[in-house]
Design a protein around this ligand. Structure first.
Ligand SMILES: C[S@@+](CC[C@H](N)C(=O)[O-])C[C@H]1O[C@@H](n2cnc3c(N)ncnc32)[C@H](O)[C@@H]1O
Length: 281
């Protein structure tokens, strides 16, 4: 498999696979280092495979899984293949989920934990990642008896690519401490809710309005430093206010390019501190 055809090894909330073309055409022509402080499933970085990438996420289990794919691929594949030889009944799924949560309680960050992380993602309802207040994974089974946990060629290509990548697990601001003029940063933070009152229902790990303000301040600081920044989020009043003055383009994820201007009004925005508006024909 060619590195540029890699796709995420997990389904992740906010995954950008449907928006890849829109993001790709808005990349700067040239840039130094590539940074993704909210990497999640990493759809964009995997589609581009840039040299000198720094990937970061605050989710420890996700970051651990990236590192295991990079550093212990063979052992990981053996574990995943053996899990996949068993029919995923309800009992088996909950057994695997309990095994994962036991590792979490004991802080056993080993290759098996990464294998279980991928397995649960592929066999849980909707590929959701949700934990309770103790950090235990609590998503129910997706009721599918046989789903493959991985695409062998894809995961091998990811492993090879990650060998040259720096992977960190920090807050987004810390993760960008070394960014320099001419580098590129893609920000795909958790979404701002379409309904502002929904901020109240965010969990303790949630991304509050304050966090969105902190992110926008960072975006402005990096702009002053000459760093290329691109950011995606919902098309809400808060986001428009926070990024006023930057290039804000509305994108309809399902109908990304539409000849009828009335139908172009999108639910998401791509915001940049460089480049020009892309004309739709
Ligand atoms: C919308 S997802 C990214 C989706 C990703 N671009 C993709 O294609 O799958 C947002 C990510 O931000 C991470 N996150 C939340 N708060 C964070 C913080 N303060 N610092 C760094 N990462 C954070 C979450 O763990 C989550 O993986």
């Amino acid at each position: 498999m060619n590195m540029t055809t890699m796709v995420p090894f997990v389904k992740w909330a906010g995954g950008k696979r449907q928006m890849l073309e829109q993001l790709g055409i808005r990349m700067p022509e040239t840039y130094g280092g590539y940074y993704e402080p909210f990497v999640g499933g990493g759809a964009l970085v995997l589609s581009l495979a840039p040299e000198k990438a720094v990937l970061n996420d605050i989710n420890q289990e996700l970051v651990h899984t990236y590192r295991e794919i990079r550093d212990h691929l063979d052992a990981l594949l053996v574990l995943l293949s053996s899990m996949d030889t068993v029919t995923c009944t309800k009992e088996f799924y909950y057994e695997m989920r309990e095994r994962y949560n036991e590792k979490h309680r004991l802080a056993e960050y080993d290759t098996e934990m990464a294998a279980l992380f991928i397995y649960l993602n592929k066999h849980c309802f909707n590929g959701l990642y949700r934990v309770n207040t103790r950090g235990e994974f609590n998503v129910p089974w997706n009721q599918k008896l046989s789903v493959r946990s991985m695409d062998m060629e894809n995961i091998k290509a990811i492993s090879a690519y990650l060998k040259s990548v720096t992977i960190t697990c920090r807050d987004f601001e810390k993760a960008l401490e070394d960014v320099k003029k001419g580098d590129f940063v893609y920000f795909d933070s958790p979404y701002a809710p379409l309904n502002p009152t929904s901020f109240d229902s965010y969990t303790k790990e949630g991304f509050t309005e304050e966090e969105h303000r902190r992110l926008a301040e960072l975006f402005r600081r990096l702009t002053d430093q000459g760093v290329y920044c691109m950011l995606t989020n919902h098309n809400t009043e808060l986001i428009r206010e926070l990024y006023e003055g930057f290039l804000i383009e509305e994108i309809d994820v399902r109908r990304a390019i539409n000849s009828d201007p009335k139908k172009r009004k999108g639910k998401e925005v791509i915001i940049r501190n460089y480049g020009e508006q892309i004309q739709h024909s």
